[in-house]
Design a protein around this ligand. Structure first.
Ligand code: SF4
Length: 222
């Protein structure tokens, strides 16, 4: 097991970027669409969420106040491809109720310091750490590290200690990316891409561009 190392992390970032190119995340045209996508993507694949977002758009619901006043049935019907439509409708409603406190204006939320913004987001039933950090990073352009299942699996396989995801390790990981939200956002997108391409549940280590620096190099399986 090893601890995060700034030079090595930069090297990993460079290899991933050279391999996959910029990922252009988050794939959405408005900040509201990012928020809705981040809630809908919980426990499902992005391709399912894309269909739901299209359905919401067709139903005229991809606007905060219109979704706020819409019936639960109408929302649930539009988002059913994302799975758990009733639960996710409740989560969207919880977010909208919270958002109403800011007059449905992300610029108002932007006035909060990062720590209190994160705490506020986490107070919404249905927004956990991963979703809150996605919103912080991709909507509010705040430096944070998204620690999702892909990220944990990837770093553990590389040989990093689980402590890498605790506060001290996280700040080292973030330092390696200059605490720059655009690099942190790109890094997260690249880790997700790499986890789908090579570092899968059953990893394709023999073809992986990181095999020479990966401690487990394919010997590790979930
Ligand atoms: S060598 Fe294997 S375990 Fe390591 S990052 Fe690549 S695919 Fe994942």
């Amino acid at each position: 097991m090893r601890e995060p190392n700034v030079q090595e992390l930069k090297h990993i970032f460079r290899i991933l970027l050279d391999t996959y190119g910029p990922q252009h995340w988050w794939p959405a045209s408005t900040r509201f669409e990012i928020a809705i996508g981040a809630i809908l993507v919980q426990n499902t694949m992005w391709r399912n969420v894309k269909i739901s977002i299209k359905n919401l758009e067709k139903a005229g619901l991809l606007e905060p106040y219109r979704m706020y006043v819409a019936s639960s049935e109408k929302i649930a019907n539009a988002i059913k491809t994302s799975g758990f439509p009733r639960l996710k409708t409740d989560r969207l409603r919880n977010f909208l109720k919270f958002f109403e406190n800011f007059s449905f204006d992300f610029d108002e939320m932007d006035k909060l310091e990062t720590d209190s913004l994160r705490k506020s987001l986490l107070s919404v039933n249905g927004i956990g750490k991963e979703t809150a950090d996605s919103l912080l990073l991709y909507i509010f352009n705040r430096p944070t590290l998204i620690v999702d299942a892909y990220t944990k699996r990837f770093f553990l396989r590389l040989g990093y200690s689980p402590l890498s995801f605790k506060e001290k390790g996280k700040s080292q990981l973030m330092n390696a990316l200059k605490n720059d939200p655009s690099e942190l956002g790109e890094f997260h997108a690249l880790v997700v891409q790499h986890s789908k391409a090579y570092c899968r549940t059953k990893p394709l280590c023999d073809k992986c561009p990181l095999s020479s620096i990966c401690e487990f190099g394919g010997a590790y399986y979930d």
